[in-house]
Design a protein around this ligand. Structure first.
Ligand code: G3H
Ligand code: 13P
Ligand code: ZN
Length: 309
């Protein structure tokens, strides 16, 4: 089966009240762990590649590995550019075989974001590729910002409607309180579900994307800290909040940090328990198995997309 776009996936996810997982990939073990779980759970899948991943592994290696996963699994898989920051990187991924790209113009003014996003949409659509835009800024707890400044970072639902109508994007990432990485909340975890609800009301049937959606799974943070790591205060989005979002307009949930934690926990534990080993296959095998188990857990218990391929 060739790569698919996200159009059909999102339509079914919206109607079915679940979300498709978008997992970041950087190497073969990560791709295999994710795709093996999705194959066993018969789940649709989005594999996403950041600019950093392209720099680390090279575009062509990642595309060829994903092609191998397609052949191996027979699953509907979309290959997506995560956080494309300009037209050039989006064009390079459209020309280089991706089926979906994100243009992240969220750091620009509203009008400049619209202009940039529209430019990418025009090019991508002419080549059969779908586009995710972003409006609003994801918070970081390290940012020293007060509450009113924080409110200003959330997506304005009226602007979201205008943005979608003027750009023609196929999906939109919005800011409702999540953030990237392992340190998302200082105190109680809080998401602005009222914003998500209003966006859903203004854009019926339109797929919304949630970034920064790792739960920062405590069991892996514990193993990392037990075997020499230092991650005090790591905290993510509670799973019940993600399930609630998946039942609303959110059709794509982005997960990277939980994969990193699962892989690192496994390698730290393995190296500590087998100090005499030096064959990378010995520690990468359990690391890949950990990725698979995390993804399986997400597909079944968080996203609700198991059995939907
Ligand atoms: O949103 C960011 C993703 O977690 C990718 O991270 O840019 O370090 O590859 P990266
Ligand atoms: P996490 O850091 O919460 O995994 O978010 C990943 C993400 O949003 C990738 O775009
Ligand atoms: Zn992101």
């Amino acid at each position: 089966m060739p790569l698919v776009t996200t159009t059909e996936m999102f339509k079914k996810a919206y109607e079915g009240g679940y979300a498709v997982g978008a997992f970041n990939v950087n190497n073969m073990e990560i791709i295999q762990g994710i795709t093996e779980a999705a194959m066993e759970e018969k789940a649709p899948l989005i594999l996403q590649v950041s600019a950093g991943a392209r720099k680390y592994a090279k575009h062509v290696y990642l595309v060829k590995l994903v092609e191998a996963a397609l052949e191996d699994t027979g699953l509907p898989i979309a290959l997506h550019l995560d956080h494309g920051e300009d037209f050039e990187i989006c064009k390079s991924c459209v020309d280089g075989g991706f089926s979906s790209v994100m243009i992240d113009g969220s750091k620009h003014s509203f009008e400049d974001n619209i202009k940039l996003t529209k430019q990418v949409v025009d090019y991508a659509h002419a080549h059969g590729v779908v586009v995710e835009g972003e409006l609003g800024k994801l918070a970081g707890i390290e940012d020293n910002i007060n509450v009113s400044e924080k409110d200003a970072m959330f997506t304005d639902p009226a602007q979201a409607q205008e943005f979608v109508e003027r750009t023609g994007v196929d999906s939109l990432a919005i800011a409702i309180g999540t953030s990237h990485g392992a340190y998302k909340f200082k105190g109680e975890a809080r998401l602005q579900f009222d914003i998500l609800e209003e966006v859903g009301r203004r854009l019926p049937g339109f797929p919304i994307v949630l970034h920064g959606a790792s739960s920062v799974m405590p069991e892996y943070v514990e193993i990392i800290n037990k075997f020499g790591g230092k991650m005090p205060g790591a905290k993510g989005v509670p799973e019940e909040m993600l399930r609630k979002a998946a039942g609303m307009a959110v059709c794509k949930i982005n997960i990277d940090t939980d994969l990193r934690l699962a892989m690192t926990a496994s390698i730290r534990q393995y190296m500590s328990e087998h100090p005499e080993h030096f064959d990378p296959r010995q520690y990468l095998k359990p690391a890949r198995a950990n990725i698979k188990e995390v993804v399986r857990h997400k597909l079944i218990n968080v996203l609700g997309c198991a059995g939907k391929a």
